[in-house]
Design a protein around this ligand. Sequence first.
Ligand SMILES: Cc1ncc(COP(=O)(O)O)c(C=O)c1O
Length: 443
Amino acid sequence: MTDAPETTMPNDLSAFWMPFTANRQFKQKPRMLIRADGMHYTSSDNRQILDGTAGLWCVNAGHRRKEITEAVARQLDELDYAPAFQMGHPRIFELAARLVNLMPEGINHAFFTNSGSESVETSLKMALAYHRARGEGSRFRLIGRERGYHGVNFGGISVGGMVANRKMFGTLLTGVDHIRHTHDPERNAFTKGQPEYGAEFADDLERLVALHDASTIAAVIVEPIAGSTGVLIPPRGYLQRLRDICDRHGILLIFDEVITGFGRVGAPFASELFDVTPDIITTAKGLTNGVVPMGAVFVRDHVHEAFMQGPDDVIDFFHGYTYSGNPVAAAAGLACLDVYIRENLFTRAAELAGYWQDALHGLKGLPHVIDIRNFGLIGAIELEPIADKPTKRAFSAFLAAYDEGLMIRTTGDTIALSPPLIIERQEIDKLFDILTGVLKNLD
Ligand SMILES: Cc1ncc(COP(=O)(O)O)c(C=O)c1O
């Protein structure tokens, strides 16, 4: 007998208000994961579920990697927490140094956060403060893109372009505008890899410069590949054109690489793969393989230098989180890098891309499939929405796939796939076999 206070019943699901979830529907028929290993989850009804989404685009090295979990355990035993402000610990400096080595040339500084959303907020604040530090405080405007996703905090939803994530939350940040998205199914449907048409969509930034004047614009933020709004691959030449326009007008370019970072596209970062270097890169997710929350913002030298002009004893950036550079997250990040490098996971998506692409595009012609898009180890299957019931058809596919032993993700009426980078060819076959069966039986 203990005299501990009474707790809720173990099977009472009501206390936890789940994020981005239809709570009442879920709790009527819960989908519970109780273990994971490699490419698979185990569900509470003891089924193996093939992970087609690397959790939420984060478990790039596969689940429960011993090297990472052991590094975390050792760190917990050694230094559990250290204050992040005006204090340091060695591992986080080591991680920063190793990470900037992976970055395009000229990006030599990392600022740590705990999530993609926080990385985005940090990057937006950096952009504003950068211009102010240089005596261009009139540059207060932040430009995002329609159909962009940059997390859920106020800055991120303001520059983001997902209606459902914005419409409930009042006026958001002021001084924000959006360039148009790059989705063009009339010209680009069923393109394999980068679409041929649409580089000129970048010129929409010139429209906003003409409207607001460059002297009011601080930064433009885009995902190199938009993930959460249905996987939109940048048309050939588009990102470079955006870079050129930013350069012409003194506007900072921010790439949100929260999902494209850490090997997803077949290189450590999409910036390298597309050969376009932004001024700031936001990351999270694959940084620690999802094991411990952590994000990082990487900045080019000129951005960092602008903050280092005042007296040495004055704080250079009034921003940071209690857990910026947490030792346990740092240990996870370091061990994770070791795994990525030893197993060549930063380039594995490029090796598998052809096989993945063929298997994915093999779904063309199945019922309701109106577009298929891919890049690296990313895939999207867009379904025709049920009339007056947008998102229903894809969500039904998600439920059916789970019953058949496959985890997929849906956004709108698009199925998004992003398996761990350790996936083997026969697992790719299995994934698409299950999905084919699901799509054939969909209403
Ligand atoms: C491009 C992008 N930015 C930001 C985020 C937000 O990351 P988090 O959920 O870790 O806050 C996400 C999450 O999916 C993302 O895809």
